[in-house]
Design a protein around this ligand. Structure first.
Ligand code: A2P
Length: 317
């Protein structure tokens, strides 16, 4: 398995297990099976509402001697209602308690979006707090405190644009080491990719398969399919692998980490085995030509009437 190396010599496996949309009742078995077949990187978040079940799976796998804590790379994310500096450590402690861990390998600011502290979900514009009231620089001081306390070995961000990262770098005492964003052949984000590379910030690719299991209200009409894309399928046929493996292999070969979600044992294995795929230069070039800056997760849900956020201000584009 390809690894991404950090300045302190820690390493993050390039292919991890995504757990967004993994249902309670299913995610325990998915994580146990994933660890058994060799996954060592699990991507979690408070808002996925399944961290306690994942924690049980981690604890049981460690107790069964299948893996050690040191061999695992566990990521989680700070939710939008805990952006005030004083709220970050309590939110992290809740995640650690649910995951039955003493520390995270990586803790990310999930979105550059703040909610009122009592609003996990948002129903009206008044449930948000604008970033000029709770600036990212303030949230980041809480993240730095988490790193100082040894509760998060690495800290980073998610869904951040070039502008938001460069603003953060103006005030950060501890630099973000990862930005987790939507990335796949239809949304290659080359400018963000190049900027992060120049700042030694790794990208993690979410929704690498197009997240077809999102709820209907999160889907646009007539959205394209990555798994059924004919070019991806031609490359899969040529390489004797599946379309999902092409998508995962492409992400890893590009130098990002990638977190395909599955709860199905066969697909878990298939996705991990994408680490063996080596795409020819011409296949990489062909995939480069598929980019159309299409977001499956367009952030429209933060742009409801009365919200201080717009899709344009979210992505700075
Ligand atoms: P399942 O969990 O039943 O395997 P993303 O990682 O982009 O969010 O996509 C997750 C979706 O892709 C889920 O619906 C998941 O279903 C499905 N999926 C995961 N792995 C594969 C695969 N190898 N082939 C086809 N679909 C897959």
């Amino acid at each position: 398995m390809k690894q991404l190396s950090f300045a302190n010599n820690d390493t993050m496996p390039a292919i991890g297990l995504g757990t967004w949309k993994s249902q309670p009742g299913e995610v325990y078995n998915a994580v146990r099976e994933a660890i058994r077949i060799g996954y060592r990187h699990i991507d979690c978040a408070f808002i996925y509402m399944n961290e306690a079940e994942i924690g049980q799976a981690l604890s049981d796998a460690i107790a069964a001697g299948e893996v050690t804590r040191q061999e695992l790379w566990i990521t989680s994310k700070l939710w939008n209602n805990a952006h005030r500096e004083a709220d970050v450590l309590p939110a992290l402690r809740k995640t650690l308690s649910d995951l039955q861990l003493d520390y995270l390998d990586l803790y990310l600011v999930h979105w550059p979006v703040a909610h009122q502290p009592d609003k996990v979900g948002v129903k009206t514009g008044a449930d948000f707090v604008p970033l000029n009231e709770v600036p990212i620089a303030e949230t980041w001081r809480g993240m730095e405190a988490a790193a100082d306390a040894g509760l998060a070995r690495h800290i980073g961000v998610s869904n951040f644009s070039v502008k938001k990262i460069s603003d953060l770098l103006q005030t950060a005492r501890i630099r973000p080491e990862v930005n987790q964003v939507e990335l796949h052949p239809l949304l290659q984000q080359q400018a963000l990719f190049d900027y992060c590379a120049s700042e030694n910030i790794y990208l993690t690719a979410y929704s690498p398969l197009g997240s077809g299991d999102r709820s209907a209200e999160m889907k646009a009409a007539n959205e394209p399919s990555l798994l059924e894309n004919p070019v991806i399928n031609d490359i899969a046929n040529k390489n004797g692998c599946t379309a999902a493996q092409v998508l995962i292999g492409w992400a890893a070969q590009r130098g990002t980490s990638v977190i395909p979600k599955s709860t199905n044992p066969g697909r878990l294995r298939q996705n991990l085995e994408a680490s063996n795929l080596i795409l020819a230069r011409e296949d990489m070039d062909t995939i480069a030509g598929l980019d159309r800056h299409f977001r499956f997760i367009n952030g429209q849900f933060w742009a409801m009437e009365g919200s201080p956020y717009t899709v344009a201000s979210l992505w700075d584009e």
